[in-house]
Design a protein around this ligand. Structure first.
Ligand code: ZN
Length: 97
């Protein structure tokens, strides 16, 4: 185990960015993952790229999950709107003022 000084085993930016997709899929071998992490530690450019793509993935996966609304929720929403609609049409008639 080597603690402390980061060595120059991190590889260059092109190499690291080539691992981006694999990294995001979390399919990197522990060794590669560590060297990617080590590179990101010292390279803001790559860090930003990785960050951006990681966030993008999170947003997309969240949106996909939200696409599947529980059917009960839809029914409740319809229920609410139905109630509001009835009340509105009831209050449509102008009463004596
Ligand atoms: Zn880099």
């Amino acid at each position: 185990m080597v603690d402390g000084e980061p060595e120059q085993a991190a590889g260059d930016c092109d190499e690291i960015l080539r691992e981006l997709e694999v990294y995001l899929d979390q399919e990197l071998s522990p060794e590669t993952w560590r060297s990617v992490q080590a590179h990101l530690d010292g390279c803001l450019d790559c860090l930003h790229v990785f960050d951006f793509h990681a966030e993008l993935r999170m947003v997309i996966s969240r949106k996909c999950r939200q696409d599947a609304l529980p059917p009960g929720l839809l029914a409740r929403i319809e229920d609410c709107f139905g109630t509001v609609d009835l009340e509105e049409s009831g209050a449509d008639e102008p009463g004596p003022v």
